[in-house]
Design a protein around this ligand. Structure first.
Ligand code: URA
Length: 195
């Protein structure tokens, strides 16, 4: 399946109730050949309006982080665990995550990531379970670098705080920035391997 077909399927999806209130589904965007995938939780208000991931306030901070560490949005693929906005930005339920997961699974199969960066708890919990990593609170493992072997390739997994966590807390913002700066060389080396 090609990414365009998958995106079309996501736009038409009615697997869970979230389709009823959506303006747009948000499949994800970016470079599917980059071997780097950033995974957030679910679209918010602005993402739902525009059909694009991370375009609201948290997205602006993510853009700033990417710029500071010298990465372009076009260098990575950005998506979410859940592709439609939950009402009032509540956390997606386990059932919504389960029903939507086939799309993220297909994206991972298509992209064959060498690096997965999770943004926030929902994505961390999903990816840690998928790769059988010991799950711990994000406050303990943010910015840590994990390696897993999948089929015959090594995947690096880095759980990051959700960018929204830094919006109203300057101390947390500094921690997030430091985490990204610490892994800048890992991210850049994977981008360079694939140009
Ligand atoms: N928060 C997310 O987790 N994803 C988005 O796309 C926007 C905000």
């Amino acid at each position: 399946m090609r990414i365009e077909e998958l995106e079309k399927e996501i736009h038409l999806c009615k697997r869970c109730g979230l389709y009823k209130n959506r303006k747009n589904a948000v499949p994800g965007e970016g470079n599917i050949f980059s071997r780097i995938i950033l995974i957030g939780e679910a679209p918010g208000y602005h993402e739902d309006l525009q059909g694009r991931p991370f375009v609201g306030a948290a997205g602006k901070f993510l853009d700033e982080l990417l710029r500071i560490v010298g990465i372009k949005r076009e260098n990575v693929y950005i998506t979410n665990v859940v592709k439609c906005r939950p009402p009032n930005n509540r956390e997606p339920t386990d059932q919504e995550i389960k029903l939507c997961s086939k799309f993220l699974e297909k994206q991972i199969t298509l992209i064959k990531p060498k690096l997965i960066i999770t943004l926030g708890n929902v994505a961390k919990n999903y990816i840690f379970k998928k790769f059988k990593l010991k799950n711990e609170p994000i406050s303990k493992i943010h910015g840590k670098v994990y390696k897993v072997v999948s089929i015959d390739s090594v995947i690096t997994i880095i759980p990051m705080y959700h960018p929204a966590a830094g919006l109203y807390d300057p101390k947390r913002k500094d921690v997030i920035l430091k985490d990204w700066l610490n892994v800048r060389d890992i991210i850049k080396s994977i981008i360079e391997e694939n140009v």
